[in-house]
Design a protein around this ligand. Structure first.
Ligand code: HPA
Ligand code: ZN
Length: 348
């Protein structure tokens, strides 16, 4: 679509919800709603530090990334059996379908579970079966990305990779998440090199709280194909030029940035500037159960706060589809559907 048709501003929120989109930055453990945490805790006889869903939700007042991670890892401790991982992923995929997500690339943190004695195959098989059933029953496409915890050692990441390799056909790539500051990409040089040799797709969180140097490191040392977050890239003009020139996708998460105090106000979010500068950015939910909304909520709240319009909506949705690891043919099909939705809204 060369020119995005004009769409009445009153219909923009509806268009944002209706447009087909991909979600490329969502941690499945971060989709665990308090109600499901309590249900699984009861099913698995695991004691919780909170006595009600309301008390747990009230604890979701974060000051930075680490304050969130502490509670996020505690929430994940209720996951024990393959069915628990399946139920968590089906609940997310239901929400994604409702938000017109046609394709999602889901992060999972195996070390959070294997360190508690849960087997790697329990984690991967539960998630994989959920993705497969959702494709068959609801038509949503999804893939899994194994994410290494950067607060742990590279040795632990290498062992995690070895444990996952018998299930190599069930995940498409690897990522890097958890506490960013003090854990630069260079710490994981060897494990990413090995993953590259294995033909896995490579992504990493960088420039969420950390400096532009971590984004350079993720690109030049880890050889990643996408940067998760990357909002700190604006501090470095040379890096901005590189990201534009190479069209390296940044998977931006506005409500996450707000809730983790990376920004003070959604109106201050730099996504509109990054987009206008020609960076391949799109909108994602990160940890929707903790940050106050799934992907459509991220779109509608950011648009309401910043005054972006239909042309930006089109570009963001298109970027999400293009930046995915799906086949070119599949992307073309989704983009044709996106164009169709925009034509319908313009005509109405
Ligand atoms: N950053 C780092 N690690 C994470 C995040 C995040 O936003 N969400 C879940 N793990
Ligand atoms: Zn993340």
């Amino acid at each position: 679509m060369n020119t995005v048709p004009a769409v009445d501003a009153s219909r923009l929120p509806q268009l944002l919800r209706a447009m087909p989109k991909a979600e490329l930055h969502m941690h499945i453990e971060g989709s665990l709603e308090p109600e499901l945490i309590f249900a699984l805790a009861q099913r698995n006889q695991i004691p919780l530090a909170y006595d009600s869903v309301e008390a747990l939700r009230a604890a979701y007042a974060f000051t930075d990334l680490q304050s969130f991670l502490d509670i996020y890892y505690a929430g994940a401790s209720v996951l024990l059996h393959e069915q628990d991982f399946y139920d968590m992923a089906r609940a997310y995929l239901d929400r994604a379908v409702a938000d017109n997500v046609v394709h999602t690339e889901i992060f999972f943190d195996p070390q959070t579970h294997t360190e508690r004695g849960v087997a790697m195959e329990t984690v991967i098989n539960g998630l994989y079966r959920a993705c497969r059933d959702a494709q068959i029953e609801q038509g949503i496409s999804s893939s899994l990305i194994l994410s290494f915890l950067r607060h742990l050692s590279e040795e632990s990441a290498l062992q995690t990779l070895d444990a996952a390799l018998p299930l190599r056909d069930r995940f498409i790539g690897v990522g890097l998440d958890s506490s960013e500051l003090g854990n630069p990409p260079e710490k994981f040089t060897r494990v990413f090199e090995r993953c590259k040799q294995l033909g896995l797709r490579l992504v990493a969180h960088a420039g969420e709280e950390g400096p532009p140097a971590y984004i350079w490191g993720a690109l030049d040392v880890l050889n990643v194909e996408r940067i998760d977050h990357g909002v700190q890239s604006e501090q470095d003009a040379l890096l901005m030029q590189r990201l534009v020139k190479e069209q390296i996708p940044l998977t931006v998460c506005p409500l996450s940035n707000l809730k983790l105090c990376v920004i003070k106000d959604l109106a201050d979010h730099n996504l509109p500037r990054l987009l206008a500068a020609g960076l391949k950015v799109m909108i994602n939910s990160d940890d929707p159960a903790y940050f106050g909304g799934y992907v459509n909520e991220n779109y509608t709240q950011l648009f309401a706060a910043t005054g972006m319009g239909a042309p930006e909506a089109y570009q963001l949705a298109r970027n999400s589809l293009e930046a995915s690891f799906a086949s070119q043919a599949q992307k073309q099909e989704w983009i044709a559907r996106l164009d169709e939705v925009f034509r319908e809204y313009a005509a109405a």
